[in-house]
Design a protein around this ligand. Structure first.
Ligand code: FPP
Ligand code: MG
Length: 390
């Protein structure tokens, strides 16, 4: 990070900065496992060439934005899992280990990371330094990770998953009923923590987030969209099931910083676009990454009957995919045929391009904020999310 901050040329140091960031967040972020495979997009290159933002801008950033902020973010999140485990500790003895099972530090903690970085970038923008406010923003990061993880516990029950993050899924270890109850418990505790913040707007945003997650999951279960509606349905599902979590958490921390509605909207849109890109990349990885990289079986979406962006794009070139999509790949050979046709089409490429557009848009939103090193970390994180391999 020091080398990065000392550099005038973001482009030259981009790759090494990524590696340094990864080392900085290792242990907490598992970021070292993210692979950087492609050059920055056009918008990133523009930023790099125009120096928006660059080291000069960082140097003129506000007083509460000092060098070493990556370490401060790390410190803000250092006790994340400990705090979560503690909040889940006061329950029936049989419930605690199930509720705590996925909070083992093996997750990427991407959502809390984005939330805290954006919080700090907005605090810099508004020149806010209240420690009480920062504590509340950390609580938002905690709540978001809890709700996300609870949804994974439920999702594994729905998907009859056998593994997650290279270990047996909770439903395999404790069974479906206990897993569902444990997931409910985690959501309940998260809501309790949120209520203790005593911010009505934040509470409202977090409850909207939970409602969106549930509706997104229902949209995914319901395969009734017609051929014409499919892509719009997929994008709406993607927002609700994945992007809304990041969007509302970004907006929540901006509310706590005292942002006006226009700045709140920037925070929300940044989270939304990044979340959309994140899921699109996930949908590509389902076709190209190995199960060892994913920590769960590859090509899982097709097996679950889901037509994600790569398949929907592939169906333009191979309309014979449409009946398979309609019947949710439930006939023998459907999954293999769809997998093969996706790889023969431009579906994966077009999905990556769409993800890249969402990332570019996220970057545009971020550029509304005053330059700060937190903003720089978010630019890098956006690039990493686009190029990750797990
Ligand atoms: C992972 O999906 C799952 C989600 C992003 C959200 C699932 C939401 C619910 C089950 C609704 C319940 C919500 C709460 C708050 C308890 P995936 O199957 O595409 O990803 P995976 O491959 O990691 O399993
Ligand atoms: Mg799943």
């Amino acid at each position: 990070m020091t080398a990065f901050l000392a550099s005038q040329r973001f482009a030259i140091l981009f790759a090494s900065h990524n590696r340094q960031l990864c080392r900085a967040y290792s242990g907490l972020q598992k970021c070292e496992s993210l692979l950087f495979t492609s050059p920055p997009s056009l918008l990133f290159q523009h930023q790099i060439q125009t120096g928006v933002p660059n080291i000069t801008n960082v140097a003129t950033a506000s007083a509460n934005d000092k060098p070493g902020n990556d370490a401060m973010i790390r410190r803000d999140l250092a006790s994340l899992y400990e705090d979560i485990r503690e909040s889940l500790g006061k329950s029936q003895a049989t419930l605690t280990p199930i509720a705590q099972y996925y909070f083992d530090g093996e997750g990427k903690a991407i959502r809390p990371m984005i939330t805290m970085c954006l919080a700090k970038a907005i605090n810099c923008h508004l020149n806010q330094i209240s420690s009480d406010m920062i504590e509340k923003q950390k609580k938002v990061a905690q709540v978001v990770e809890m709700i996300h993880t609870a949804s994974l516990v439920h999702d594994d029950v729905i998907d009859l998953a056998e593994s997650r993050r290279n270990k047996s899924s909770a439903n395999v270890v404790w069974g479906q009923k206990r897993s569902i109850v444990a997931g409910d418990f985690v959501v309940g505790r998260a809501i309790e923590i949120c209520a203790a913040m005593q911010s009505d707007p934040v509470f409202e945003l977090i409850t909207k987030m939970v409602a969106d997650l549930v509706n997104g999951e229902l949209m995914q279960l319901d395969g009734s969209a017609t051929e014409d509606e499919r892509f719009a349905h997929y994008l709406e599902k993607t927002f609700k099931k994945t992007a809304s979590l990041i969007a509302y958490s970004c907006q929540s921390v901006s509310v706590l910083a005292g942002a006006d509605s226009s700045l709140q909207n920037i925070a929300f849109q940044f989270g939304r676009q990044l979340g959309m890109a994140f899921q699109l990349v996930d949908d590509v990885l389902d076709f190209v990454a190995t199960s060892a990289q994913l920590g769960k079986p590859a090509a899982a979406d097709l097996r679950l009957g889901l037509a994600t962006a790569p398949v929907l794009f592939a169906a333009h070139k191979f309309p014979e995919l449409n009946p398979l999509i309609q019947r949710r790949f439930n006939q023998p050979g459907d999954v293999e045929t769809a997998f093969y046709l996706v790889h023969r089409s431009d579906g994966l490429q077009r999905t990556k391009e769409l993800a890249s557009q969402y990332c570019d848009d996220a970057v545009t939103k971020l550029a509304h904020l005053s330059p700060s090193s937190y903003q720089q970390i978010l630019y890098t994180l956006t690039h990493e999310l686009l190029n990750r391999m797990k």
